[in-house]
Design a protein around this ligand. Structure first.
Ligand SMILES: [Mn+2]
Length: 342
């Protein structure tokens, strides 16, 4: 089964899910609202179907998503604790992963015990991929919207409130609170359904976006004072070093959303973050307002993503990476500016 941005037959997908009794749900490391919301959206449905289902992620649940975890459904992978259960699984569903490598060490038991994998994602994947079942819809605003499509079709009863809480979270976070160009009618339909079942959507906003740690704000001050512009301000870029993380007492999740924030500056079309994750590993993030694609730039560094939101992992030292990434990004934008004038 390979729906690689081709029309998805959810009935066929359902056939696979129905036939599996024990199912693990997972998403990428450092999970976001979409990965977590897609998981919990699916989880409550499968529990009602009497499946042996658990959500096991490589990373712990970030604090601002604790409201999704009233039933303690999110587990953090521990091989000594989980591998026995994983060895008997009939299916693992991986949400929003972008790149299989981002489930990190969870790939070990999946491969060791040869567990069938189902990829449900709105990021591009190659036609030849590692998944047994590949379900990709690039037009979906969020992976949570795909879970919504699935549940709408297969459930005889309305979607559960707990599922909608996850699906709404996924939709809200991946559309930048219904602001980005990916926001479509379905996103608002999901919001309407969430309100109809009594989900307090304004509170979800507060949990996620009005819950900044003081460390995050301190870190913001640090990186904003070093913000740089190229191409007359069309490209804005910044780096966050381990030293800055230490000084601010910040954690990885404090960094989320900074690239989006920098993109909001007037005149800036592309924002770029270079984030030092440890001594020699860096995450680079690109955001574009829509004039210039950035996933092709991310691909030059072995990454990928959506046309206007992409990233990659690079190895090296900060000054080399800065030089190379900023130069490559500038020259790519410049080329696009020239070709769009012709
Ligand atoms: Mn997503």
């Amino acid at each position: 089964m390979n729906y690689n941005n081709t029309p998805i037959d959810w009935n066929k997908v359902n056939h696979v899910i129905e036939n599996a009794n024990s199912i693990m749900l997972t998403t990428h490391e450092n999970p976001d609202g979409d990965g977590l919301g897609a998981e919990s959206g699916m989880y409550y449905h499968l529990i009602q179907q009497k499946k042996d289902v658990r959500i096991v992620n490589f990373s712990p649940l970030p604090n601002h998503y604790k409201y999704l975890n009233e039933d303690n459904i999110f587990e953090c992978y521990d091989s000594t604790f989980h591998d026995k259960w994983i060895s008997n699984l009939e299916l693992v569903i991986i949400f929003d992963v972008g790149d299989y490598i981002r489930i990190r060490t969870l790939a070990n038991p999946i491969e060791k015990f040869n567990i069938p994998t189902m990829n449900i994602d709105h990021h591009p994947h190659p036609d030849k991929n590692v998944f047994k079942f590949n379900i990709v819809d690039l037009t979906a605003a969020a992976t949570g919207c795909m879970v919504y499509d699935y549940l709408k079709l297969v459930r005889k009863k309305p979607i559960l409130k707990n599922s909608l809480l996850g699906i709404y979270t996924a939709t809200m976070t991946d559309t930048g609170c219904f602001k980005y160009s990916n926001t479509d009618e379905k996103c608002h339909q999901i919001a309407i359904e969430a309100l109809n079942v009594g989900i307090e959507t304004h509170k979800i906003y507060q949990y996620i976006y009005e819950n900044s740690t003081k460390s995050r704000i301190r870190l913001m001050g640090e990186f904003l004072s070093g913000l740089e512009y190229e191409l007359d301000g069309i490209l804005a870029w910044f780096s966050i070093t381990q030293e800055m993380m230490r000084l601010s007492n910040a954690t990885k999740s404090d960094v989320d959303g900074f690239t989006d924030m920098v993109r909001t500056i007037s005149g800036v079309e592309v924002s770029l973050m270079i984030f030092q994750q440890d001594d020699s590993n860096y995450r680079i993030n690109f955001r574009s307002k829509g004039k210039f694609s950035v996933n092709d730039i991310a691909r030059e560094f072995g990454g990928g993503g959506h046309p206007y939101a992409a990233g990659a992992l690079v190895i090296g030292n900060l000054s080399d990476i800065r030089k190379k990434v900023v130069e490559t990004t500038s020259s790519s934008i410049k080329k696009k500016m020239i070709s769009s004038r012709i």
